[in-house]
Design a protein around this ligand. Structure first.
Ligand code: G1P
Length: 294
């Protein structure tokens, strides 16, 4: 079950971040000075994946440019004596091979994954969603790849969420195999309160068998009139085996404004050159809050 390719759906319109996303892909919005999509690609690369398949749409060309050389910027930086920054730019181009497929009519996440079939063919593959940043010492997708290899099966990453948040995610239900692993028997996309099979939510990390393609081809539109990956996975769990693994790591929902702000603060506090100033700033603003001493 060697995973060589990662699929990253990028065709979404990013309406939750309008007007910022009117002319800029939401994947290119930065957490500090690194676009969100770069963190996602780096997660896959750290797990040993070299071939990255972007499922793109109209107005997403800047994503692909970001992972190429930028000769003008790099040459100017060299001339100005800033070789280190030129190298930062070049290293992004060296990260991985980029393959793009256009999802001409976005019809949901399941449809986006199905678009990758001509590139993936008959081998297992990883899927990473760009709205979920996961900070962990062993990359989250790498943790799932290890489990998939050990169990010879498809695996979804899960995290326990508070009861009221189950409505935001694909939720799994099944039988515990060990403290972190569940054999999945059912899945529900964004269940209404009281109808979730558990509180184990999928924050956008999957290792899938190519069997999912045939299933997605036959999957009818579900929640929101879209072809849902979660609905396809429910059939995969019946036809093959599917496990859910509670990964180690901190997840940020960067598809949400507050999650995006939280990720920015958390990542700034981890950057050696920024953390002291960031801590000072936070203290300054906390003091101005009602009820805090000035
Ligand atoms: C998608 C999936 C959902 C998953 C979520 C993770 O939903 O459909 O199953 O839990 O991503 O972020 P979206 O948030 O794109 O509506």
């Amino acid at each position: 079950m060697k995973i060589r390719k990662a699929v990253i759906p990028c065709a979404g319109l990013g309406t939750r971040f309008l007007p910022a996303t009117k002319a800029t892909p939401k994947e290119m919005l930065p957490i500090i000075d690194i676009p969100m999509i770069q963190y996602i690609v780096e997660e896959a690369v750290r797990a040993g994946i070299r071939d990255i398949v972007f499922i793109t749409g109209r107005n997403k060309d800047s994503i692909v440019d970001h992972f190429d050389y930028a000769y003008e910027i790099e040459t100017v930086l060299e001339k100005k004596g800033n070789a280190a920054l030129a190298e930062v730019s070049r290293n992004i181009a060296k990260l991985c091979n980029i393959i793009t497929i256009r999802q001409k009519n976005p019809m949901g996440l399941g449809h986006a994954v199905l678009c990758a079939e001509p590139v993936i063919g008959n081998e297992p593959f990883a899927v990473l969603l760009g709205d979920d940043l996961i900070d962990s010492s062993v990359p989250c997708i790498g943790q799932l790849m290890d489990v998939a290899e050990k169990l010879g099966s498809s695996v979804v990453g899960v995290m326990e969420v508070p009861e009221k948040e189950v409505t935001k995610y694909g939720i799994v239900g099944g039988t515990r195999v060990d403290s972190k692993t569940t054999r999945v028997h059912t899945l529900v996309e964004k269940p209404v309160l009281g109808e979730a099979p558990s509180r184990l939510a999928i924050p956008g990390r999957y290792v899938l068998s190519p069997g999912i393609f045939d299933i997605l081809r036959k999957t009818a539109p579900g929640k929101g009139g879209e072809i849902q990956l979660t609905d396809g996975l429910k059939v995969l769990a019946e036809k093959e085996k599917l496990f859910a693994y509670e990964f180690d790591g901190t997840r940020y929902d960067t598809g949400d404004r507050m999650g995006y702000i939280e990720a920015t603060i958390a990542f700034a506090l981890k950057r050696p050159e920024l953390k002291e100033e960031m801590a000072k700033l936070l203290k300054k603003y906390v003091q101005t809050l009602p009820g805090e001493k000035s």
